[in-house]
Write a protein that binds this ligand. Structure first.
Ligand code: EPZ
Length: 455
């Protein structure tokens, strides 16, 4: 059996995450999925609880691996995490917060990038922090230079060691003037979580402004922080001496909603995504309509399906918010293999997020990746040195294959491709998908997917 995957990551064990699905394709996904709190907000809000003098309650927390990793990291640092007064609610009590040793932290850091966001809160709380080397999806180098530069500007002493980063702040942390070279989501969160308790004012320029960032600002404001969101990606934070716990319901997971929407397109299905909201998905909905998707918006959620006409090829550039999110391009590309004509996807955020297309080509797709990107007449997004582009010619029938999941969103795309393909596929490394999609198997079953868990 030839295992096909993202050849750029040689040595990925065939069953990296120990779960293999056998999927019988050629079926449309129809039904309802409930999307709960955003993976990329809930994990950050959990870290923010370290900053409060009293317990916090976070609601609509998704039951996913990334949340488990952050929960165990908080517990290793003495935070008591218990179930709240409703399903999906967590109570986080930092009263006994303490330092943790390297072995404990490293054992729990798992494949997450979130540990880097513990720096500011731990420095405020304990005057020191140790952050192991980070994991996360292999979609690029994932550097943290913006984070470390910012922490130094706040007055932290940063000591990079072979196994991670040791930080200290013997004089405490003070406000800073920070301009990010790129509107990095993680670096913006790093500045927010550090500045709220620093002495003095912090001015952050070229900040990320994704809805998850704004929701984190909402969490911090509930805790007593003073954060003003100015025009042109400028954020001012006035440090305060004390913060209290919050009670917050996470905004919905836009990436999961977009993923199921693309699954409806690719399998000619009809999926009601309960909990999805129009405002945070405006750009996605425009692209969805241009490809030939159709949607109905209600107060409870959004119904996604293919329109009456065949799917149409389009050109898309990924970008920071309010542009088309980089996390949305992988599920969309599977749908574009079924569209009439030549589509182009410019991936301008990450330098290696198109490797997953190799397995789609093995399934019959016609996709060429331009490693150095492509010029384009109507480029909206400024050309970046690290960008890549995928050219997809369709429609091409897909046939089953044996494939290995390369990363979270690429993995979801593989499952959708297998569902849209004729014949049977074996998809291995599915545990990576379940890191970010709550109740993944249950949702596939509810939508009529025909599959077995075989490994
Ligand atoms: C967050 O990653 C999300 N992850 C990603 O979602 C998402 O794709 C990304 O933001 C962009 O929206 C989480 O929130 C856990 P960045 P993050 O810092 O914060 C470069 C998913 O599928 N950069 O905005 O790591 C970086 O290399 C995941 O849910 C530096 O150069 O993204 C990239 O090219 C995948 N130096 C660009 O900025 C730095 O210090 C954007 O990265 C930091 C980032």
């Amino acid at each position: 059996m030839t295992l096909i995957g993202d050849a750029k990551t040689p040595g990925t064990p065939a069953y990296a995450s120990g779960e293999v699905l056998e999927i019988r394709g050629g079926r449309s996904l129809k039904g309802q999925v409930d999307v709960r709190g955003a993976k990329n907000l809930a994990t950050k809000a959990m870290v923010a609880s370290l900053l409060g003098e009293t317990p916090s309650i976070l609601r609509d927390v998704p039951d996913i691996r990334d949340v488990e990793v952050v929960r165990s990291l908080l517990e290793v640092h003495g935070v008591h995490v218990t179930e709240g007064d409703e399903p999906g609610a967590l109570v986080l009590d930092p009263a006994d917060a303490k330092s943790a040793n390297f072995e404990e932290i490293d054992a729990h850091a798992g494949s997450s990038r979130i540990p880097i966001l513990f720096c500011g809160p731990l420095l405020h709380l304990l005057g020191q922090a140790f952050i192991p080397d980070l994991g996360g999806c292999r979609i690029g180098d994932r550097p943290i230079d913006f984070h470390l530069d910012a922490l130094r500007k706040f007055g932290a002493i940063v000591d990079k060691q072979p196994s991670g980063i040791r930080l200290s702040a013997p004089e405490g942390l003070h406000g800073a003037h920070i301009e990010l070279p790129y509107p990095s989501v993680g670096a913006t969160e790093q500045v927010l979580l550090t500045a709220v308790r620093a002495k003095g004012v912090t001015e952050l320029r070229n900040a990320a402004i994704e809805p998850e960032i704004m929701d984190l600002i909402g969490v911090l404001q509930k805790m007593g922080a003073i954060i003003s969101y100015e025009p042109n990606r400028v954020i001012f934070i006035e440090g305060v001496d004390e913060l209290r716990g919050y009670d917050h319901r996470s905004l919905f997971d836009r990436n999961e909603a977009a993923s199921w929407a693309c699954a409806a397109l690719a399998t000619d299905g009809d999926i009601f995504v309960k909990g999805a909201r129009q405002y945070e998905m405006l750009t996605f909905l425009n692209v969805y309509r241009k490809v030939g998707g159709d949607f109905d918006i209600t107060d409870e959620g959004i119904r996604f399906r293919r329109g009456k006409a065949p799917l149409k090829a389009i050109t898309v550039e990924t970008d920071v918010h309010p542009g088309f999110m980089t996390d949305w391009q992988q599920p969309l590309i599977v749908a574009l293999t079924q569209a009439n004509g030549q589509s182009v996807v410019h991936e301008t955020v990450y330098e290696n997020r198109l490797g997953f297309t190799r397995a789609l080509v093995q399934m019959g797709a016609d996709i060429v990746v331009h490693e150095d990107g492509l010029e384009g007449e109507y480029r909206r997004v400024p050309r970046r040195a690290l960008e890549q582009a995928a050219v997809i010619n369709g429609p091409t029938p897909l046939h089953g294959a044996d494939i290995v999941v390369p990363d979270l969103r690429g993995g979801f795309s593989y499952v959708v491709a297998a569902l849209a393909a004729e014949g049977t596929s074996r998809v291995s490394g599915v545990g990576i998908i379940r890191r970010g999609y709550e109740k993944f198997f249950e949702k596939l079953t509810a939508l009529g997917a025909d599959f077995d868990v075989v490994g």
